[in-house]
Ligand binder design. Structure first.
Ligand code: GLC
Length: 412
């Protein structure tokens, strides 16, 4: 049965469709974003499977020769976004950014094929591209056995606490003057600060000055932080790529081995003193010491631990709507500032996939029911205040609509 909200969610996906790719939301994010696009594909698979495959195909069509799949593809010019293609200056035929984003595409492709098994051929054609991207991760971002980011945007959790330690050592004082565009679309109190933005730009300028040499960025660049969220997503993506390849009848191109290798390195992000999975600045070796949202994805990679289950219970007990993106009992928790507290519907969907597979069905259902309530109460917003459900950020958001159709709106 198609409900009014289902119809609204479909209309958001089709309304944000720019022809072969979907923008996260009109205005604030007017291009194709990597992991948003993978979620969009999952959403489309519920009513237009052909369009779902196209979304993934378009994303991978802009893969770099070294295997990287960029975090933004600037299909068309749009002055409403900063930093645009002229700032990145990556020299790609269709301009892109010069960093990547969490590799959820293989996980989404596997679910899309399960829903549309007749398309093994299209899935088979994606496997080598996804495998090349995962190998790129191993070569250009896995250091000391763990997946790292060289820019906070690469994690998809832009202003999370995870990067504060590393970013303190990034000099943002020389970036020159620039005009932000994000704060013209949404309230500045919900967005990263100016000091954070200066450093984001300094990292972009470093990459550009070094010809976007991805290995060099990891080995010599200003920032290198081991990211639990990306580690768990990449492990899961390698497992899912192996399964996708098997279902499509093609070689997994070493995906299973990559998953194995990454699991062996996970000890590098276990903060034993604090008792949780934690981001670690590889330039100094220091853990962040703050329980942040990346840790909530441990179950996706089969890396749940008893300590994490009790952290999850405490976090859920301390907000009305799970999941907060930082431990809500900390004084640093900010209920409405982006990745420093708010609940994100798409992230809940991802965390719930892991919880379900780990046998934590009650927790997964709490996430689903809370996400359903947030969307029913506030609409298809980018994220929400987890204490009172206030909708925040951009509206008519693609991945919020997508996970409504695939998960949040599908009942217990
Ligand atoms: C923000 C989010 C990131 C997302 C992008 C587009 O930068 O932090 O995860 O991909 O917006 O929605």
């Amino acid at each position: 049965m198609v409900t009014d909200l289902d119809a609204r969610a479909r209309a958001i996906l089709t309304g944000n469709d720019r022809g072969g790719y979907t923008v996260p939301t009109a205005g604030l994010y007017p291009f194709q974003w990597n992991w948003d696009s993978a979620f969009a594909a999952w959403g489309f698979s519920t009513f237009d499977p052909d369009r779902a495959w196209t979304e993934l195909e378009t994303l991978l069509a802009h893969q770099w020769p070294d295997g990287m799949v960029p975090h933004i593809v600037f299909h068309r010019d749009d002055r409403g976004y900063f930093p645009g293609p002229d700032v990145w200056d990556t020299g790609r035929p269709v301009p892109t950014s010069g960093i990547t984003q969490p590799p959820v595409a293989a996980t989404m492709a596997r679910m899309i094929l399960a829903a549309d098994p007749g398309q093994a051929g299209r899935a088979a054609a994606l496997v080598p591209k996804l495998a090349a991207w995962h190998r790129w991760w191993m070569r250009a971002r896995v250091r000391e056995g763990v997946a790292c980011v060289v820019h906070p945007w690469e994690s998809g959790r832009d202003n999370a606490f995870d990067w504060d330690g590393g970013m303190a050592n990034v000099d943002g004082s020389e970036v020159g003057t620039y005009q932000r565009r994000d704060t013209g679309h949404v309230d500045a109190s919900m967005r990263p600060t100016k000091a954070e933005y200066d450093r984001y730009l300094a990292l972009v300028q470093w990459g550009r000055a070094h010809g976007w040499d991805q290995v060099r960025m990891a080995d010599e660049g200003p920032l290198l932080v081991a990211d639990p969220g990306t580690c768990f997503i990449l492990i899961r993506a390698c497992d899912d790529l192996a399964a996708l390849a098997a279902a499509a009848g093609v070689s997994d191109e070493g995906a299973g081995d990559m998953a194995h290798e990454l699991r062996a390195g996970l000890g590098g992000i276990w903060n034993a003193e604090a008792g949780f999975w934690d981001a670690r600045d590889l330039r100094t070796g220091a853990f962040s010491g703050i329980l942040s949202a990346g840790a909530w994805l441990c179950w996706l990679a089969g890396a749940g631990r008893p300590e994490m289950a009790s952290h999850l219970a405490r976090a859920m007990d301390n907000v009305r709507y799970a999941l907060p993106t930082v431990d809500p009992t900390l004084p640093t928790f900010e209920a409405r500032r982006y990745w420093r507290g708010p609940a994100w519907p798409f992230y809940n969907a991802l965390a719930a996939l892991g919880l379900r597979d780990a046998g934590l069905g009650a927790e997964a259902e709490r996430l689903r029911a809370d996400t359903e309530a947030l969307i029913r109460g506030g609409g298809f917003y980018e994220y929400f205040d987890p204490t009172d459900g206030t909708p925040c950020g951009g509206k008519d958001f693609t991945w919020t609509a997508a996970i409504w159709l695939t998960w949040a709106g599908r009942g217990a």
